[in-house]
Design a protein around this ligand. Structure first.
Ligand SMILES: [Mn+2]
Length: 376
């Protein structure tokens, strides 16, 4: 059986508050559903963050409703778990339950399988860091309940610390081993991994489109089509057609030429792209830049720009660094003037400190001091 695994749809999100960008997300989602139907998927998994906000707007709701209706007509079941974006901080019933109550999709449980063909699917909603022990226990109960089924899938919306030490809240070591496929949501970049202790691949298909934390970059987005028919679950990641987004760095001295080149590149896309422009040079006059860049309005849906004055070395982030861990180490090394100290601070001290465990952090610092293995 073929299983479509989507995550982090964020229906309703409108980048830069643009209606076009809201529509883009719906189009990409519809494309994923249409491909799933065309390829003959026997099940669709939505691994959390269905909506961008706990109280989604009408268009987001209708878009999901239409997709679910289409899938129901094709007799393709849909299952889901909740992500943090689906859960209100106020006490409220998650909006997604409207659809499960109407029988258009099924909310997954850890203690009871959803069975389709020879595949049993278990799942758990997003849990916060403080509740992870309870979640782990639930997942191991799911593993018990899964015994006896030939093919087993586990669905979660959690960050794995193995893939990102700072954003994660659960370790691969803590996951039960008895599943053939681990369908994850939460990290917005596409990641696939085999862990020695797990019975099958663990996959984050990534978000359907760029989301607020990602900035403007050239990256493919998509979803996973998983073939469960063989011994081993086989993943095919399907890229989707999205509006292009890219960054360029232009030279202040030759700005008009640079703008011309960006416009030529922009004209090559089916949809007008979103562009981020950095202008580098000395003695930059922002008004001159703005006057040049305004021409981009013809070729781009939207652009943002930032001057990079070579006379100052202040660095401003307006997008997430590619590798957050490396960036943290780099900044710490700059500040501490020592790579060794930086590694100690980030790798040893920070994990304990960020958990709020002051006595553990103090112990680590004291041990390091006694050994004198780190010194300023
Ligand atoms: Mn998300």
């Amino acid at each position: 059986m073929l299983v479509a695994h989507l995550a982090d749809l964020h229906l309703g999100y409108a980048q830069f508050n643009l209606e076009e960008r809201e529509e883009d997300v719906y189009e990409t989602f519809n494309e994923a559903i249409d491909i799933s139907i065309k390829e003959g998927a026997g099940l669709v998994i939505l691994a959390g963050d269905l909506f961008h906000t706990p109280r989604p707007n009408g268009k987001a709701v209708i878009t999901l409703a239409n997709a679910l209706k289409k899938l129901k007509e094709k007799q393709i079941p849909v299952v889901f778990v909740l992500g943090e974006h689906d859960i209100s901080r106020l006490r409220d019933v998650p909006f997604a339950f409207v659809f499960s109550n109407l029988g258009l999709m099924k909310r997954l449980k850890a203690e009871e399988p959803f069975v389709v063909g020879d595949v049993a699917v278990f799942g758990a909603d997003k849990e916060r860091r403080g509740n992870i022990d309870a979640l782990i226990e639930k997942l191991h109960n799911a593993e018990q309940a899964a015994k006896g089924f030939k093919k087993r899938i586990l669905v979660m919306h959690q960050g794995l610390t193995d893939l990102n030490k700072f954003a994660g809240e659960i370790n691969a070591d803590d996951l039960p081993s008895g599943f053939n496929y681990y369908a994850l949501g939460h990290y917005h970049d596409h990641q696939e991994k085999r862990f020695a202790n797990l019975g099958g691949p663990l996959v984050y298909p990534g978000s359907l489109d760029l989301t607020p934390s990602e900035g403007i970059k050239e990256v493919e987005k998509g979803f996973a089509l998983v073939d469960m028919s063989g011994e081993e679950a086989k993943t095919h990641w399907i890229p989707l057609h999205r509006r292009a987004q890219f960054s360029v760095r232009l030279d202040y001295g030759t700005l008009a030429d640079g703008v011309e080149k960006v416009m030529q590149k922009a004209a090559g896309f089916a949809k007008k792209p979103v562009v981020r422009v950095e202008v580098a040079g000395r003695g930059i006059d922002s008004r001159a830049i703005a006057a040049n860049l305004v021409r981009l309005n013809e070729a781009c849906l939207h652009y943002v720009w930032q001057p990079l004055d070579e006379q100052s070395d202040v660095r401003v982030y307006d997008e997430r660094p590619q590798d957050m861990d490396q960036e943290l180490l780099r900044l710490s090394a700059d500040a501490l003037k020592s790579e060794e100290l930086a590694a100690f601070a980030v790798r040893d001290l920070l994990p304990a400190a960020s958990e709020g465990d002051a006595s553990k952090a103090l112990e680590i610092a004291w041990e390091a001091f006694k050994k004198r293995s780190v010194r300023p």
